[in-house]
Design a protein around this ligand. Structure first.
Ligand code: ADP
Ligand code: MG
Ligand code: MG
Length: 249
């Protein structure tokens, strides 16, 4: 589904990613961990097509397409979901209306008919129930006054509504309460199918108490320095990241 090959990237002339290789297959959940400043958000931003990053080498193939040549909205239409795609507050636009517009935009790109209000609300209710999101959140204005936890819950709802083939969730460094972490994890687990995949980027080991990733990778100074299974997350919790310095240049 996703093949990242020798990806090098820089910001303002400074090399941040120094040769990332990663393959994600349908049905898999990958966790990318690593200390602050290792390049996790840079990787997510480049996959999202956020401006300001220069890819200096390597390529990314997504479902047979050259991902880096696609505009951000084309990436979304091709089935990529990035949780921080819509971080903005939009005064006066209800969450429900925003979701309806987003869903119908993607349907249009895929050549599908737009959902009418009744169909949309039916699916919205089903999905909100599936990922255990309070209906109250749907009536709020998009992200206005949302707590960190509510934003995360809403991202999971967006993910449920858009049915992406690959979701990339970049956990911010800001503290999330345990309930929000559980909701995020529960949503990811509920939405997992043999046909989709998720990359969870986090420096919290505790998120991985609730999500069981198939693979765990450690990003350190712009490279994946170690890959393993869920036990690797436990090892990192116990040992921190410092021991990896010895394994890298
Ligand atoms: P992480 O998400 O792992 O904490 P980031 O990808 O946010 O790491 O940052 C990796 C490195 O790139 C850091 O040294 C950071 O200062 C630098 N960096 C990231 N984005 C920018 C930017 N827009 N301008 C300048 N430096 C940046
Ligand atoms: Mg950071
Ligand atoms: Mg980050």
């Amino acid at each position: 589904m996703l093949v990242i090959n020798n990806l090098h990237a820089s910001v303002e002339g400074q090399e941040i990613l120094r040769g990332i290789n990663l393959t994600v297959q349908a049905g898999e959940v990958h966790a990318i961990m690593g200390p602050n400043g290792s390049g996790k958000s840079t990787l997510a931003s480049i996959l999202a097509g956020k401006p300001g990053y220069t890819v200096t080498a390597g390529d990314v193939n997504f479902n047979g397409q050259d991902l880096l040549s696609l505009a951000p909205e084309e990436r979304a239409a091709a089935g990529l979901f990035l949780a921080f795609q819509y971080p903005v507050e939009i005064p006066g636009v209800s969450n429900t209306n925003f979701l309806k517009t987003a869903v119908n935009q993607i349907r249009k790109h895929r050549g599908q008919e737009p959902l009418d209000a009744v169909e949309f609300l039916k699916i919205l209710k089903e999905k909100a129930r599936l990922v255990n999101i309070d209906k109250e959140l749907l009536h709020r204005t998009l992200n206005e006054g949302f707590s960190g936890g509510e934003k995360k819950r809403n991202e999971i709802l967006q993910m449920a509504m858009l049915s992406p083939s690959l979701s990339i969730l970049d956990e911010t460094d800001s503290g999330l309460d345990i309930d929000a972490l559980k909701t995020v994890a529960f949503g990811i687990n509920q939405l997992k199918t043999p046909d989709n995949a998720t990359i969870v980027i986090t420096h919290y080991q505790r998120l991985l108490d609730f999500i069981v990733p198939d693979f765990v990778h450690v990003l350190y100074k712009g490279k994946i320095v170690k890959s393993g299974f869920k036990e690797l997350a436990k090892e990192l919790e116990a040992k921190g990241y410092d021991w990896l310095k010895e394994t890298t240049v």
